[in-house]
Design a protein around this ligand. Structure first.
Ligand code: PMP
Length: 281
């Protein structure tokens, strides 16, 4: 396994990070996940732009544009040039004696790796999800490497033999532990607005655009927990999830088995075609 670390591509066992790295001490960093499909990295620019925006939000001084050639070199060195793969990237503020405020003049630590990763052309797996209290902080728009709230709720889903946890804040559905969530109600598509209580997923953005192109009415508003049984369809979106239909959400059953609602199906098929167009850049 190769990794990219601060300008070098090396074997993962030779990659070392200081125990004083602020990512290790504080979770002071940002991450990004992209997938390479048949024609290239899916919405690469959108992912790298989001990475830059997130670094800017927390004042980490790093120019993401410098990574474009490094990503290509990493994929090649990993023997994945012609393969479906996942690219994980993380940038922390760097290494300095431990103090809370931002140290000046240190270099960010940059780490990336690429792994083989097969995505189905269309994700046909139906999901089962628990609902869980969204006890995360109020800056979920930041793609922080501190993911305790996300991993704790995801673990609760695994223990319940489910695929995902759907988070509820103040009686409203925000998002999944590592996905965004969309509902369909009375032929309208509904998803939480992109504010500080969710991560504005790249797949979410693609879906918002797709709804426009398909003339499907889309409303950006939070669905309340009590409204869930009155919704007609629900699905998750995410880079590694694509569009996944939800069969069971908490106490509410949408489908037995692998059925799928008509609007989820329409969006899933349109999404699968889109892939080929956008990645051809
Ligand atoms: N919300 C959260 C909390 C996530 O972790 C993710 C995936 N990183 C998403 C939504 C989906 O984002 P994307 O479509 O960019 O993968």
């Amino acid at each position: 396994q190769k990794v990219y670390l601060n300008g070098e591509i090396i074997a993962s066992e030779d990659a070392n990070i200081s125990v004083f790295d602020r990512g290790f001490l504080f979770g002071d960093g940002i991450y990004e996940v992209m997938v390479q499909l048949e024609n290239g990295i899916f919405y690469k620019k959108a992912h790298l732009d989001r990475l830059q925006e997130n670094l800017d939000k927390i004042g980490i001084d790093f120019d993401v544009d410098t990574l474009y050639p490094e990503i290509d070199a990493l994929i090649e060195a990993s023997g994945l040039s012609d393969a479906s793969c996942l690219i994980y990237m993380q940038i922390t503020r760097g290494t300095a004696p431990r103090k809370h405020s931002y140290p000046k003049g240190i270099a960010a630590s940059v780490m990336m790796y690429a792994l083989p990763f097969e995505l189905p052309y269309i994700n046909t797996k139906n999901m089962k999800a628990i609902t869980a209290n969204d006890f995360r902080w109020h800056r979920c728009d930041i793609k922080s490497i501190s993911l305790l709230g996300n991993i704790m709720t995801n673990e609760a889903a695994m223990i319940a033999d489910c695929d995902e946890a759907v988070l509820i804040r103040d009686g409203k559905v925000t998002e999944g532990s590592h996905t965004n969530i969309f509902f369909v109600k009375d032929s309208k598509v509904v998803t939480h607005p992109a504010n500080e209580h969710i991560l504005d997923g790249i797949t979410r953005k693609v879906l918002v655009q797709l709804c426009k192109e398909l003339d499907l009415p889309l409303i950006e508003k939070a669905i309340s927990f009590d409204e869930i049984p009155n919704t007609d369809e629900a699905f998750f979106t995410g880079t590694t999830t694509q569009i996944a239909s939800i069969a069971q959400l908490g106490e509410h059953t949408y489908y037995d088995g692998n059925d799928i609602g008509p609007i989820t199906k329409q969006l899933r098929e349109a999404f699968a075609k889109l892939k080929d167009i956008d990645t051809a850049d």
